[in-house]
Design a binder for this molecule. Structure first.
Ligand SMILES: Cc1cc2nc3c(=O)[nH]c(=O)nc-3n(C[C@H](O)[C@H](O)[C@H](O)COP(=O)(O)OP(=O)(O)OC[C@H]3O[C@@H](n4cnc5c(N)ncnc54)[C@H](O)[C@@H]3O)c2cc1C
Length: 450
């Protein structure tokens, strides 16, 4: 049996970050075992038969992590476009600029008053909230919570807010400054430049996945494709793949979903870990791409949909990210819709494409006479790792146990921390893991117990 010092499960952004850094550190004995025939994981892109390029939901590149930005520049360089985010919320048959809470002046008067009344009423201290639902009410008041926060968040997470924590939020949700809200209503000003992704980058060719194809090409000799890992014998440190290959390993980096590693792959199973893993919740995401002949000029990047009139929570004008995302640049549109699903929110696949099309008509994105030139459907069972109230306690059982046995679980579903689960976090988690293994340097982005 072949011995490999560093075995990595998955050639997504985390695994690729780890592999690339190991190579830079002159390590030769490493391998990435990838179940699919391609690299990139959730950040891969696909070209459909009509020549349109699609991501698995709208991916944008923004980061404060210097090492990621340097790598992105080195990989993509001049082939990247830079965009100013322009996002809208569809509510009460109109478009409200994003962030919603800063632009409520666009609402009909009764709804605007409902939002203001909620903001003016006494509210409890947000940090005293027991769950995400209470936190929303404390921060945004009853009106904004009823109209936008609650329905939108359920549509995205497919999880009741009562089951979710709020401590992951940090910069991810714009909070409200009442004086500013009133000033903008009176002076009729919009505020749209909030947040970490107000400016973002996107590859000109090949979608988001092109970044990771380029990364993979630098360590191609170390990647084994179509190689799903079925078993990790943690006592013998032996890994078994679907094709029957077996390797002994020194250290293991797993980027596959942590619950599946613990419940299906780890051999012999460990009861306390299996029990903890059942407390980790995730949603799935169905992506529906509709390509349309003709281009209606509209600089909007993406749109949020809190209401029940359509199945999607977000639609991306993917043709605006790069003109080369469509087959005939400047002459076609690529509307990419995302629909979440979970045990709390089943979304049967059978008629979803039709419901998406109807939804696009309802909200005015598809209009009479529009010719659809392509449909692209893609469904991932693991879309968002949900920050539930039981998550940290579950991770505190699982992660130290694994690490004590040379198994490090990192990345979006390996680490299961939504707050550090974007592409940049994932790549850097992989790089930092490699530095920890080889140089003994501490990990910063993902901290076990942190
Ligand atoms: C809808 C959506 C929108 C997003 N938008 C953004 C965005 O705008 N900006 C951003 O920065 N990030 C975004 N992300 C997050 C981004 O996709 C992830 O951060 C990134 O892909 C995580 O990388 P990873 O390597 O940790 O995991 P993954 O991408 O999930 O890769 C894991 C890899 O492991 C492989 N694998 C799993 N099980 C096995 C097994 N048993 N054997 C072998 N291989 C296995 C998988 O095939 C996969 O290739 C978005 C994600 C989604 C779902």
């Amino acid at each position: 049996m072949e011995h490999i010092e560093y075995v990595i499960i998955g050639a997504g952004p985390t695994g690729l970050g780890a592999g690339l850094r190991l190579q830079e550190l002159n390590v030769r004995s490493f391998v990435l075992l990838e179940q699919h025939a391609y690299a990139g994981g959730l950040s891969a892109s696909f070209e459909d038969r009509a020549g349109f390029t699609w991501d698995i939901g709208g991916h944008v590149v923004f980061s404060r992590l210097e090492s990621f930005l340097r790598l992105f520049d080195a990989l993509v360089g001049d082939d990247a476009l830079t965009h100013q985010r322009l996002a809208q919320v569809r509510l009460a048959d109109r478009w409200v600029p994003y962030p919603f809470q800063n632009n409520i002046r666009h609402l009909p008067k009764e709804l605007l008053w409902e939002c203001l009344e909620g903001l003016l009423a006494p509210r409890p201290e947000p940090t005293a909230a027991a769950h995400f639902g209470q936190w929303m009410e404390a921060v945004f008041g009853a009106g904004i919570t009823r109209l936008f926060m609650r329905p939108y968040n359920f549509k995205v997470w497919a999880t009741p807010p009562e089951a979710m924590d709020f401590r992951w939020i940090g910069e991810r949700v714009a909070v409200v400054d009442l004086v500013e809200v009133l000033r903008r209503i009176i002076l009729e000003e919009d505020a749209t430049d909030w947040g970490p992704n107000a400016v973002f980058r996107f590859p000109k060719h090949g979608g988001t996945g092109s970044v990771f194809r380029r990364m993979a090409s630098r360590i191609e000799d170390h990647i084994r494709y179509c190689c799903p890992v079925l078993q990790v014998d943690w006592k013998q440190r032996i890994i078994t793949c679907d094709a029957g290959q077996r390797f002994s390993y020194g250290q293991l980096l797993s980027t596959m979903p942590l619950d599946r590693l613990v419940c299906e792959v780890l051999t012999p199973p460990e009861a306390a870990l299996v029990e903890a893993a059942t407390r980790l919740e995730h949603n799935g995401v169905h992506v529906s791409g509709v390509g349309v002949a003709g281009l209606r000029p509209d600089p909007t990047c993406w749109m949020y949909f809190p209401e029940a009139s359509c199945p999607f929570y977000r639609v991306t004008n993917f043709h605006n990210y790069s003109p080369f995302n469509v087959a005939q640049p400047g002459e076609q549109m690529a509307l990419m819709s995302e629909i979440s699903f979970s045990r709390h929110k089943p979304e049967p696949q059978a008629d979803l494409a039709r419901r998406v099309e109807e939804g696009l008509q309802t909200v005015g994105l598809l209009q009479e006479g529009d010719a659809i030139v392509t449909h692209w459907e893609h469904r991932v069972e693991y879309g968002y790792p949900v920050p539930t109230r039981g998550r940290d306690a579950a991770l505190a059982v699982i992660q130290p146990w694994l690490e004590a046995r040379g198994i490090f679980s990192r990345g979006r579903f390996g680490g299961w921390k939504y707050e550090v689960a974007n592409m940049d976090h994932s790549v850097v988690q992989g790089m930092e893991w490699a530095e920890r293994m080889v140089l003994g340097a501490p990990e910063r982005v993902y901290q076990v117990g942190g």
